[in-house]
Design a binder for this molecule. Structure first.
Ligand SMILES: Nc1ncnc2c1ncn2[C@@H]1O[C@H](COP(=O)(O)OP(=O)(O)OP(=O)(O)O)[C@@H](O)[C@H]1O
Ligand SMILES: [Mg+2]
Length: 342
């Protein structure tokens, strides 16, 4: 293993269950992440992303193959030795997982307490981190008094507290609206740039990859079907059937030229919505006439996997301004409005 490889997967497979009901969540995956990188893993729901990331801190063990982290084979490690490696790996979750009984400071201080830092050092480090995430004035509040984005910033401060080498982010922005998502992603990027921390971020959103990752692995049904530098993948997606995720995600988002062309033929406001549950969105679209607006689907499509439907759909919504606003608001509560094209 090259010393630059902070994380290395060799032919890793993880199967759940047995016999006919066996599910291969991760299927012969080999990959490496270098020190200082932001490595993104993207794929549909059920692709195996969470199972993969959980093998990095030993929360999950491979059925076969090996996972080496910070020079140690974590997949072969006894349970009693895991805490030491885990203390060098921070983790951020979709649902934040904050302690509700503790204050913001108490949450950030927690891993330091576990690691045996003195009270004085803890206090100093917590202040520094809250400053870094822009929440110094919230130190004494409780998580339920914070917005989603603020909660996630506390989650990030906590994950960074003990100065880990690696930060794992599992859908860290999926519960947030697009503006807040941007804020959290910029914070992760800054943590990488200012502290040199290596980040592995998993997501099903192309925008997240585009915003923070240096390299990306595309996962589909347990397999890594493509890896490369984010720039190369965005500028030159492969024409293979395997790279379907990248291709469809790119194709489903209208380019500037698409938007211009659409505008020449249809009126109204152009909105791109990401669909995770096609039912919810079609219900809203069905309510267009009740809102006194009309709509036309002008771009996009749906993809389905075993567990879910995904896609980006662009609609042109026409009607009185206020009615269009109300309709778009309802649309964003059912799906996620990715962009209202200006
Ligand atoms: N503990 C488990 N027991 C049984 N099956 C599991 C377990 N964990 C995951 N799986 C299965 O493994 C597959 C991959 O799941 P995983 O959660 O890793 O996917 P994911 O890419 O993170 O999906 P999502 O985007 O929905 O979070 C799925 O088919 C899932 O049902
Ligand atoms: Mg997951």
């Amino acid at each position: 293993m090259s010393s630059d490889h902070l994380i290395e997967f060799k032919e890793v497979t993880r199967t759940f269950g047995s016999g006919e009901r066996a599910v291969t969540a991760v299927d012969r995956v080999s990959l490496h992440v270098d020190r200082g990188e932001v490595f993104g893993i993207i794929g549909f729901s059920g692709a195996g992303k969470s199972t993969l990331i959980r093998m990095i801190n030993g929360l999950e063990k491979p059925t076969s193959g090996s996972v080496t982290v910070l020079g140690q084979e974590i997949s072969a490690m006894r349970e009693s030795r895991l805490p030491k490696v885990r203390s060098r790996i921070g983790m951020v979750f979709q649902q934040f997982n904050l302690f509700h009984s503790r204050t913001v400071s108490g949450n950030v201080a927690y891993p330091l307490k576990v690691a045996g830092w003195s009270k004085a050092r803890r206090r100093e480090r917590v202040a520094e981190l809250l400053e870094f995430v822009g929440l110094a004035e919230k130190a004494g509040q409780h998580p339920e008094e914070l917005s989603g984005g603020q909660k996630q910033r506390v989650g990030i401060a906590r994950a960074l507290a003990a100065e880990p080498d690696i930060l794992l982010a599992d859908e860290s922005t999926s519960a947030l609206d697009p503006n807040t998502t941007g804020e959290v992603l910029r914070l992760l990027r800054r943590a990488n740039e200012e502290f040199g921390i290596t980040i592995v971020a998993i997501t099903h959103e192309m925008e997240v990859i585009r915003a923070i990752a240096d390299r990306v692995a595309v996962m589909d049904r347990g397999r890594i079907v493509e890896t490369g530098r984010v720039y190369d993948i965005f500028s030159n997606p492969r024409e293979s059937a395997e790279a379907g995720f990248v291709e469809s995600a790119l194709k489903d988002r209208p380019s500037a030229e698409d938007v211009q062309r659409i505008r020449e033929t249809v009126g109204g406001r152009l909105v791109t919505v990401s669909l995770q549950d096609s039912g919810a969105v079609s219900t809203v679209l069905g309510s267009a006439s009740a809102h006194g607006v009309t709509f036309e689907i002008v771009h996009g499509g749906m993809n389905t996997t075993k567990n879910a439907s995904y896609g980006l759909l662009t609609v042109a919504v026409d009607g009185a301004d206020a009615a269009v606003d109300a309709f778009i608001a309802e649309l964003s509560s059912a799906g996620r409005v990715q962009e209202v094209h200006g």
